[in-house]
Ligand binder design. Structure first.
Ligand code: GLN
Length: 189
């Protein structure tokens, strides 16, 4: 199995480290041609506007839109979740736009309002995951085809539509590999 990690901007190094710990081969993705041969793609957290400007310039967002529509699995964390969303409130920033969710950027507040919380993910068992929320978006609404895998304060924080998953928090900043492992199972099937 080979996983592509978008290495344009953000905390891609932490995702690469997670994959190394799980003994999975990974490669950096910046250009459309880098997508050749990958079984899934991770889009890291960071700054979604920067990711969008550069991703558009490289033609990567259009290429990802096409390949994800065809069913290639993807996993976006925070800014990665934002660019996967179809609707970004009050923003016309570039996006890949393949998950039917409405996101509101920075809706928990500014950098100093970043926080951690235990998140119960029924699919992953009894032990909660530690959610690290850094200037995270709030998912305000989800479409019909979207499964909500976890909530915090009555808002979805982990969603899935087909082979695409997104978290508004950062599992890659913890030692807990369960969400990455869940994603790898999608990439295997
Ligand atoms: N606030 C950032 C954005 O809107 C996301 C922050 C993050 O990825 N931790 O793009």
């Amino acid at each position: 199995m080979l996983i592509g990690v978008v290495t344009i901007q953000g905390d891609f190094a932490e995702h690469l480290e997670m994959l190394r710990r799980l003994n999975v081969q990974a490669k950096g993705v910046r250009l459309p041609k880098d997508l050749e041969g990958v079984d899934g793609v991770i889009i890291p957290g960071g700054e979604s506007t920067t990711l969008g400007i550069v991703g558009n310039r490289y033609g990567l967002f259009d290429a990802l839109h096409e390949i994800l529509k065809e069913g290639l699995p993807a996993f976006g964390t925070c800014a990665g979740a934002i660019v996967l969303a179809k609707t970004i409130l009050e923003s016309d920033q570039p996006r890949i736009g393949v998950i039917d969710i409405v996101v509101n950027r920075n809706a928990y507040g500014r950098q100093k309002d970043s926080f951690e919380a235990d998140i119960h993910v029924p699919k992953l068992g009894e032990v909660p995951v530690r959610g690290v929320f850094i200037r995270a978006p709030v998912i305000e609404a989800v479409g019909e085809g979207v499964d909500v895998l976890a909530e915090f304060n009555d808002k979805p924080v982990f969603v899935q539509q087909g082979n695409i998953i997104a978290t508004t928090f950062h599992p890659e900043l913890t030692d807990d590999v369960r969400i990455h492992r869940y994603f790898l199972r999608l990439c295997q099937s």
